[in-house]
Design a protein around this ligand. Structure first.
Ligand code: ADP
Ligand code: MG
Length: 253
């Protein structure tokens, strides 16, 4: 199978600060990649670039072979029109650290919303599909609950069900368990683990080293806007080659 995601020489600055300094990454379809790195190293910016929320200053991102932005030294060679970018974004699921549910909608309607907005399902069909998706994350019986009536772990699982609604080929997670109480982390990781087993391509920014070791096909360590080291979990986590990787791991393990 081809690459689900190709990132080539991506640079991104905010003002004078260069946050991504030439990132290259290839993720084969069906793989799970865990992205580790210190706070401020550019992990969220990288995910936002993949999801078209930021545009690279240089380099390109291709999702399932479709280029997003190609620019070589200021000359934009190819750019998708806004409509194509919106369509592509519906094929990329994104789950953030904070759950970002609509507080005034039930769990079921939170999940149904993208189906109504993007798949043009009518409300009853969208709600029926939402219940199926909620069942996948273990919440088939909580569709009528409002976010405030759910635990953080349950809210995050609703957010995952919502991200799955459009059947994305690529799912991005940005520290999906960082905002959770420790006792709720496991239920969210186990849902992500199940997704990994279904062959969806996943890119997961996480500090959960055990999860990365167990579930990821590859671990990527990013520091100061560059990928310092990448490889199989056992290589990067147990036999890191780079000093910066070793220092980071000694702090989090
Ligand atoms: P991480 O997710 O690894 O903690 P981020 O990608 O969020 O890192 O941020 C990397 C750096 O980029 C930080 O110094 C952050 O302050 C800066 N940054 C991120 N987004 C913006 C923005 N929209 N404007 C200015 N600076 C930003
Ligand atoms: Mg971040």
């Amino acid at each position: 199978m081809g690459a689900a995601l190709e990132i080539r020489n991506v640079h991104k600055s905010f003002g004078a600060r260069e946050v991504l300094k030439g990132v290259d990454l290839t993720v084969p379809a069906g793989d799970v990649v865990a992205v580790l790195g210190p706070s401020g190293s550019g992990k969220s910016t990288l995910l936002r670039t993949i999801n078209h929320l930021e545009r690279p200053d240089l380099g390109y991102v291709a999702v399932h072979g479709e280029l997003i932005g190609v620019e070589v030294r200021g000359a934009r060679l190819h750019e998708l029109p806004p409509r194509a970018v919106r369509r592509q974004r519906t094929r990329i699921g994104f789950v953030a650290q904070s759950f970002n549910l609509f507080p005034n909608l039930t769990a079921q309607d939170n999940v149904a919303e993208p189906l109504v907005a993007h798949k043009r399902l009518d409300r009853p069909a969208a709600r029926a599909r939402a219940v199926e998706l909620l069942a996948k994350v273990g919440l088939g019986d909580r569709g009528g609950a409002y976010p405030r009536q759910l635990s953080g772990g349950q809210q995050q699982r609703v957010a995952i069900a919502r991200a799955l609604a459009l059947e994305p080929g690529l799912l991005l997670f940005d520290e999906p368990t960082s905002a959770l109480d420790p006792e709720l982390v496991g239920e969210v990781l186990s849902v992500i683990r199940q997704l990994a087993d279904t062959g969806t391509t996943l890119v997961v920014v996480t500090h959960e080293i055990g999860f990365a070791r167990e579930v990821a096909d590859a671990v990527v360590f990013i520091d100061d806007g560059v990928i310092v080291e990448q490889g199989r979990p056992a290589e990067v986590l147990d036999r890191p080659q780079q000093t910066r990787t070793r220092e980071f791991l000694s702090k989090v393990l």
